[in-house]
Design a protein around this ligand. Structure first.
Ligand code: SF4
Length: 628
C-alpha cells in the first residue's frame, strides 16, 4: 500500500502492552485519515454509553494522508474521543510535526486504551513503545513539557502532544497541544488527564512512500506558489483577526456574552490594531506555506511580557465578548489558555457567562474571592484584570473557578439549582460546547448548521455562515433551500478535515473554492499518493461518510432531535442595535430548518439514518447497530 503503512498501533496504558492492528486497503479507502479515521476508530473501540472519563473511552489518533509528503498544509492529524463537555463525539485537528513524525515511525493511527495508574509519557520510538515516568513533567505548561521531553531524551527531533496543568486538573475544556498549536475544543486534554497521560512523544526515522512522487511534487509546487498569492493574503497579513471589523460591521460580533452584536471600542481590538501595536511575527503549522498565526506581545502595563498566537475566534471570545477594549488583557488571557492548555473559546465564554451572572446579581463580589483578591472581584464586563484573575481561578480550580472549569452548561445548572435562578438562559453553549464567534441570529442558514452540528457549538465543521455573509442568500430569512445548503456545507468541510488539509488552501488549487474547483485536484493528490483511481464523486463521498460516522456515534450515545438546539438567548432576545438588530431564530423556524436538513441528508424526520443509506456508504456494521 502506498501513502499508508497499513498499521494501527494499540497501546494499553494500564497493562503497558501493545498490539498492532493491520487494516486492509479497502478500510483506508473508506476512512482516509484525520477526523474521519479517528471517528471510525472511536466507533470501533469506545464502549457505547461509557463516561468520557472512564477507561473504556480510548484516545484515537489518526494521521493525515499527506503528512510527511510535500503537499502543502497536509501535515495534520485527527484526534477523537467521547467528549466530556458534550457527551458526544469530540473530534479535533492539529497541524503538527507530531503527525509527520508519526508517519515516519510507520503508524497510520494510534489508539490509547484504558487508564494509567501513574503519570506517563508514552514514547513511540519507531516500532518500540516506552512508558516513561512523567512525574517530573507535572505542573509544567504545554510548551515547557515538549521542551523538557526533548531534553530528557536528548533528541531535538522528538515531537510530542502534551497537556498543561489544565489537562492534569481535568478542566472540562482542556486542550492537547503540539508545536504551539492546539487540538482544541471538546476537552481532549481532560480525557488525557483522566488517564494520567501527560504526553505522547514520537521519534520517526523511516521514509514515506507515495505512488507518483513526480506528480505529487509538481502539484505541491503549484499549490505552494498559489498559496503565496492574493487568495491567502488576508490570512498571511492580518490572520483571521481581520474578521473582527467585518463581524462588527454586520452586527454579529459577540459582545458582552452575546448581549450585543457591535462593540463601541472595536477599533481598539481589531486585527488591524493588533497588527500595528502587538504583532511580533507570524508562525505556521507544519508543512504550511501560508502562516496565518499572529504572534502578539504585550509591551506595557501589568501584563507586559505576555505573548501568544492570536486568531479571530480566541480574540473575540476574550475581548468584545468580555467587554474588554484593552488588547493587553486579551493577550494575557490567551497566553494563560495556551500555556496552561485550555480552550480559549470555552474559557472566554465561561468568563463572560460569569460576568453576566455578576451584573445580574446571580453571583456576588465575594463569590470571586481568591488568593489574589481575598475580598472578591467586581466582575463587570470590561474588567480585564478581573477576567485574568478568573482565568487563573479556572486553571487552578480555585473557588468558583472550580465550577466554571466544568463549562457553562454544567456551571449554570448547578448555580441555578442552588440559587433558584435562570442563568442557563445566558449559558451560551450548544450541546455543552461554548458558541463560536458567529452569532446565529443574523445568519439563518448557519443557525441550522450550528444546531445540528455533531460537535456542538462549532464554526469549523460547518461553513454555512459563508452563503449568509457573502449575500448568496438573505441572511435574515429562511426558505426551503437552507437545509440542503447546511448539509452540503458540513460535508464540504468534512472532506478537508478528513485528509486533513487546512481549509485556507481551498482557493489555491484552481482559484475556485467550490467542489468543481477543488475536488478534481484533491482526487489527483490522493491518486498520486496512493495509486488509487479517485474521481470527483469519490471525494464527495469522503465528506458524506466522515460526517455520517460522527452522527452514527452520537446516535449510539443516545442523541435525539431535541439535542439539535440553539441557546435560549438566540431564540428569544433580539439585538437592539447594529446591522442585525431585531432578529432571533424562533423555535418554529428552527424546527422547519431541521426538517429540511434531515430531508436533505436522506434521514428520517427524527434525524435517524436509514439502514440502506448506511449500507450504500459501506457501513453495514453501523447499519446493524443504529440504522432504521
Ligand atoms: S494557514 Fe494557518 S491554520 Fe492553516 S495550516 Fe497554515 S498556519 Fe495552520
Amino acid at each position: 500500500m502506498k501513502g499508508y503503512s497499513g498499521k494501527i498501533l494499540h497501546i494499553d496504558l494500564k497493562t503497558r502492552k501493545t498490539r498492532v492492528e493491520e487494516k486492509p486497503e479497502e478500510w483506508y479507502k473508506l476512512w482516509i485519515g484525520g477526523v474521519s479515521m479517528a471517528s471510525r476508530l472511536c466507533w470501533e473501540n469506545i464502549k457505547p454509553g461509557c463516561d468520557a472519563y472512564a477507561p473504556e473511552n480510548p484516545i484515537c489518533i489518526a494521521n493525515g494522508i499527506f503528512a510527511g509528503t510535500p503537499v502543502p498544509v497536509g501535515g495534520k492529524f485527527g484526534l477523537a474521543s467521547k467528549s466530556p463537555l458534550t457527551g458526544f463525539l469530540g473530534d479535533s485537528l492539529s497541524g503538527s510535526w507530531f503527525s509527520i513524525a508519526l508517519k515516519r515511525a510507520g503508524w497510520d493511527g494510534v489508539v490509547l486504551h484504558n487508564s494509567s495508574d501513574t503519570w506517563v509519557n508514552v514514547f513511540i520510538d519507531d516500532d518500540r513503545v516506552d512508558f516513561l515516568d512523567a512525574t517530573y513533567l507535572l505542573g509544567k505548561g504545554t510548551y515547557e513539557t515538549e521542551e523538557a521531553i526533548r531534553e530528557k531524551l536528548g533528541d531535538e527531533q522528538v515531537r510530542s502532544c502534551t497537556i498543561g496543568v489544565c489537562g492534569e486538573r481535568m478542566i472540562r475544556y482542556a486542550n492537547v497541544t503540539n508545536d504551539g498549536r492546539q487540538a482544541g475544543r471538546t476537552g481532549h486534554g481532560a480525557v488525557w488527564g483522566s488517564k494520567k497521560l501527560k504526553a505522547v512523544s514520537v521519534r520517526g526515522t523511516k521514509g514515506v512512500t507515495v505512488a507518483d512522487p513526480k506528480k505529487l511534487m509538481e502539484m505541491s509546487f503549484h499549490i505552494s506558489k498559489e498559496a503565496q498569492g492574493k487568495d491567502t493574503e488576508k490570512y498571511r497579513i492580518y490572520g483571521t483577526a481581520t474578521n473582527m471589523l467585518n463581524m462588527d460591521k454586520i452586527g454579529l460580533l459577540p459582545t458582552r456574552n452575546f448581549q450585543d452584536g457591535t462593540f463601541e471600542h472595536i477599533n481598539l481590538i481589531s486585527g488591524e490594531y493588533l497588527d500595528a501595536h502587538h504583532k511580533v511575527k507570524v508562525i505556521a503549522c507544519a508543512q504550511c506555506p501560508i502562516a496565518c498565526e499572529q504572534m502578539s506581545i504585550v509591551k506595557t502595563g501589568p501584563f507586559a511580557g505576555a505573548m501568544t498566537g492570536v486568531e479571530y475566534e480566541s480574540l473575540q471570545a476574550n475581548s468584545s465578548n468580555l467587554g474588554i477594549s484593552d488588547l493587553r488583557a486579551s493577550i494575557k488571557l490567551l497566553e494563560i489558555a495556551d500555556h496552561d492548555g485550555m480552550d480559549s473559546m470555552s474559557m472566554g465564554v465561561s468568563i463572560s457567562y460569569a460576568m453576566e451572572c455578576y451584573e445580574k446579581g446571580v453571583l456576588k463580589k465575594e463569590d470571586f474571592a481568591c488568593k489574589e483578591f481575598p475580598e472578591g472581584i467586581e466582575l463587570n464586563f470590561g474588567n480585564g484584570e478581573g477576567a485574568v484573575a478568573v482565568a487563573k481561578m479556572i486553571r487552578d480550580r480555585e473557588g468558583i473557578g472550580d465550577l466554571l472549569a466544568e463549562g457553562t452548561r454544567i456551571a449554570s445548572k448547578k448555580i441555578d439549582a442552588e440559587r433558584g435562578t435562570e442563568s442557563w438562559k445566558w449559558a451560551m453553549n450548544i450541546k455543552g460546547l461554548e458558541c463560536p464567534g458567529y452569532d446565529a441570529r443574523g445568519l439563518k442558514t448557519f443557525s441550522v448548521g450550528l444546531a445540528v452540528g455533531t460537535r456542538g457549538g462549532c464554526h469549523n465543521r460547518s461553513a454555512a455562515y459563508d452563503p449568509d455573509i457573502k449575500g448568496e442568500v438573505n441572511r435574515f430569512t429562511i426558505d426551503e433551500t437552507r437545509g440542503k445548503v447546511a448539509a452540503e456545507s458540513e460535508e464540504y468541510a468534512a472532506v478537508y478535515d478528513t485528509l486533513p488539509l487546512c481549509k485556507f488552501i481551498r482557493r489555491c488549487f484552481t482559484g475556485k473554492a467550490d467542489r468543481a474547483g477543488a475536488w478534481p485536484a484533491i482526487a489527483q493528490l490522493i491518486n498520486a499518493t496512493t495509486g488509487w483511481n479517485y474521481g470527483y464523486d469519490d471525494v464527495d463521498l469522503i465528506g458524506i461518510r466522515a460526517h455520517t460516522i460522527k452522527k452514527a456515534f452520537n446516535i449510539r450515545e443516545g442523541w435525539t432531535t431535541a439535542d439539535d438546539d440553539l441557546p435560549w438567548r438566540w431564540k428569544h432576545e433580539p439585538f437592539t442595535k447594529g446591522a442585525s438588530a431585531g432578529y432571533t431564530i424562533s423555535d418554529e423556524e428552527l424546527a422547519y430548518l431541521k426538517d429540511l436538513y434531515y430531508q436533505a441528508k436522506g434521514w428520517t424526520k427524527e434525524g435517524l439514518i436509514p439502514k440502506d443509506l448506511l449500507i450504500k456508504l459501506g457501513m453495514p456494521d453501523v447499519a446493524e447497530q443504529i440504522g432504521v
